[in-house]
Design a protein around this ligand. Structure first.
Ligand SMILES: [Zn+2]
Length: 306
């Protein structure tokens, strides 16, 4: 997700960045897990819940204590460490030295992931795997530096074949030009590098890391099952952008490519997490975005982990 928002607002949001913690640590199965807050975005209710009934929307926003013109939305990256394996899921928005001119405005990106890795004493050279859940700017911006250097030079990059094909075909011609710039800078140059294009619905990326097809938000988005039978977490990326989407499964967002597929994916992921007793991590929920989806009759409810 990204775009269709006043990008200049990113500047004014930067001062929000230090207001709460930017690094969160936990364990998932055998992994030491670190979640980094790369950036804070801000979105509009009319884009997040584009087909919602006005009265119901007002009630939902009030209940979740957000205003319609300011839905705060973190961008994150997750690091999983187990011995020598260091696996990064998503790479943040990246950081630009030169402004990109977009819709007549000069835009800078100042994602913090690389600084936060340094703070945690993690050398980008040690990253063994990078999982890219989908190719929107807030997930791929950190793959190459602003000097066009691969930031994680020793990693294998895992992503879905369907996502790769979509963004490298005429199907994506009507996508925002800024998205295309991010793809050209951060994804296309990977074709000569160490990449693993995933073809199946469920695919073992590494021990205790399984990708799951989560199409709809984009053509080839993946979710990621992390951990072992005793302790599993489902990284849902942008299948849900806000907890309200868990409660209101028919509410669509302007950021989804295919609403029907997006809804089917939401149901699939909720059932998976519920039936297998998995915690959930949601990229754009309140940082660090960990919680559980509870089921009451046929209604779902999101509860943040304390
Ligand atoms: Zn996103």
């Amino acid at each position: 997700m990204l775009a269709a928002i006043p990008l200049v607002s990113f500047h004014s949001n930067l001062n929000l960045w230090n207001m709460d913690k930017e690094i969160y640590r936990c364990t998932i199965g055998d992994f030491e897990c670190t979640i980094f807050k790369d950036f804070m975005g801000k979105y509009l209710a009319k884009d997040f819940f584009s087909n919602a009934d006005k009265k119901e929307l007002d009630e939902a926003l009030l209940k979740h204590n957000v205003s319609p013109d300011n839905i705060p939305s973190p961008y994150i990256a997750m690091l999983l460490q187990d011995g020598n394996r260091k696996i990064l899921i998503d790479t943040g928005i990246g950081s630009s030295e030169e402004p990109i001119v977009f819709r007549g405005m000069e835009v800078f990106w100042k994602g913090q992931l690389i600084h936060l890795l340094e703070k945690e004493k993690v050398d980008p050279n040690e990253i063994t795997d990078v999982v890219i859940t989908h190719f929107h700017p807030d997930h791929i911006g950190g793959v190459f530096s602003s000097e066009n250097q691969l930031v994680f030079p020793n990693a294998t990059f895992h992503m879905h074949q369907g996502e790769w094909d979509y963004w490298h075909s005429s199907k994506s011609d009507n996508q925002p030009p800024l998205f295309k710039v991010f793809i050209e800078n951060n994804i296309t140059p990977l074709k000569n590098k160490n990449i693993n294009l995933i073809k199946h619905d469920y695919h073992e990326i590494s021990k205790d890391i399984i990708s799951v097809n989560a199409e709809g938000h984009t053509e080839g988005q993946i979710a990621v099952i992390i951990g072992n039978k005793n302790d599993q977490l489902l990284y849902i990326s942008d299948a849900f952008l806000h907890p309200i989407h868990i409660e209101k499964l028919n509410w669509q967002t302007n950021y989804d490519l295919d609403h029907k597929k997006a809804k089917n994916t939401r149901l699939k992921l909720l059932d998976l997490a519920y039936n297998e007793d998995m915690r959930i991590n949601a990229f754009h929920f309140d940082f660090p975005g960990i919680g559980v989806a509870q089921k009451e009759n046929s209604n779902w409810r999101w509860v943040y982990e304390e």
